[in-house]
Write a protein that binds this ligand. Structure first.
Ligand code: T4K
Length: 385
């Protein structure tokens, strides 16, 4: 029997909202303070909480992750060429572009879709100044291999950790690796502050520069020491972040159960591949639910599955397709790496709905729809793609 269509759309994600009473209580404080932005008391409190959580004073908050990364690159003085991944959200390479840096796209690895260290090393030129790697879906990059390459070639190692809030490796927060990490607190993330972003960094001397750059370059009310921009987090964002933060462990646990349910329900479906379980020393956040769809084995292409699921009110997403290097704005950049893995993965990847409020019964229903479509397309003996 065909699966029942969901009454309401099930999107790939849905922001977690803290209990309204908690939010109202916090808003009263903002009203009492009459302080809305420009490093207010709640932003300062949020910053302290994150400093404690990440065990570092080298934390700087921003109004979104994209500007955090842009300013981070600028503050570190990165220029020339930066080796990066084409399998990520556009903001990663946009941040390079806004700093007039040339992105050099190289291939990813097949299991966790992070930068392939050998491909990185092969792409180094005299103009290379940094590696910008992405912990895509929160999967930690090849940390040791990348650190080794960066050290030997004297390159900065920067992580786009937009997806990796709450991830740790060997008991160390993911922010402890590399020279700088950027986290996104966008509403679509497991942990969010409506919009928001954070930099963590090794060199404490950078803090002052980042603070100047996100506030027009002001040193005092009459002294502007650099041409900064406006990238400050406001009090409403910080309040939301503080309230969501209190629920983080539960959010991760709900997402873990969703992951386990999908894996169980879809384990025997031909042509559906999950990333392998992570090494035991990785504490993961289960922020996305990526699967790969092999058209030949599944009987239907990834795109056909993506479209057909919509008929059941299930809105998955092709994060990340197309590859960045194939987008109109980056197409003119010459690419030496054939990007074989990135191309294959990008053609097959599909992120299934996953968010803390998604009931496990609904995950089972989504999975049943996928099983049904696979069987149906097999019976039809033709690809719907
Ligand atoms: N680096 C990486 C690797 C990133 O993934 C991102 C952002 C960044 C850097 C930049 O960080 P930020 O500057 O954003 O802090 C979304 C997010 O907007 C973006 O933050 C995220 N990555 C990217 C992967 O996903 P879209 O264009 O796919 O979002 P949208 O509006 O289509 O939302 C997805 C689904 O979420 C919707 O179908 C419905 C649901 N939704 C969304 C919003 C905003 C809700 O239910 N409620 C909502 O309020 O980019």
């Amino acid at each position: 029997m065909p699966p029942k269509t969901f009454d309401k759309p099930i999107f790939v994600t849905r922001p977690f909202l803290p209990p309204l009473e908690e939010f109202t209580e916090g808003v009263k404080e903002i009203w009492d303070n009459h302080w809305l932005t420009n490093n207010g008391p709640i932003v300062q409190r949020f910053s302290r909480e994150l400093s404690n959580y990440y065990e570092t004073d080298n934390v700087c908050l921003f109004n979104n992750g994209t500007l955090a990364l842009q300013i981070g690159l600028q503050g570190m003085g990165i220029s020339g060429e930066v080796i990066t991944t084409p399998f990520t959200f556009v903001a990663t390479s946009h941040a390079l572009y806004w700093n007039k840096i040339r992105p050099v796209f190289v291939d990813i690895e097949p299991d966790y879709y992070t930068l392939n260290p050998s491909a990185v090393e092969a792409a180094i030129t005299p103009w290379t100044t940094a590696i910008l790697a992405v912990h895509v879906y929160g999967f930690p990059c090849r940390l040791n291999a990348l650190a080794d390459i960066a050290r030997r070639h004297k390159l900065a190692l920067i992580y786009d950790a937009a997806h990796a809030f709450g991830v740790s490796v060997g008991g160390r927060p993911i922010s402890h690796f590399g020279d700088m990490s950027m986290f996104s607190f966008h509403a679509t993330k497991l942990f969010h502050s409506i919009e928001g972003g954070m930099l963590t960094f090794r060199d404490s001397g950078l803090k002052q520069t980042f603070d100047y750059l996100k506030n027009f370059g002001f040193k005092s009310d009459i002294e502007v020491v650099m041409p900064g921009t406006n990238a400050k987090m406001n009090e409403m964002q910080a309040l939301t972040g503080i309230l969501v933060f209190k629920h983080l462990d539960r959010l991760v646990e709900c997402s873990r159960q969703i992951d386990a349910t999908y894996r169980e329900c879809l384990k025997d479906v031909p042509g559906i591949k999950f990333p392998p379980p992570l090494p035991a020393d990785v504490k993961y956040n289960f922020v996305y639910q990526p699967i790969e769809v092999d058209e030949e084995q599944f009987g239907m292409s990834r795109d056909a599955l993506f479209e057909t699921l919509k008929k059941y009110n299930i809105f998955s997403r092709r994060y990340f397709y197309p590859l960045l290097c194939d987008l109109t704005c980056y197409r003119s950049i010459a690419i030496k790496d054939p990007l074989l893995t990135a191309r294959r993965v990008s053609e097959r990847i599909l992120c299934l709905p996953s968010y803390a409020d998604l009931a496990v019964d609904d995950v089972v229903r989504i999975s049943e729809s996928i099983v049904f479509l696979q069987k149906q397309s097999r019976l039809a003996g033709v690809s719907l793609g």
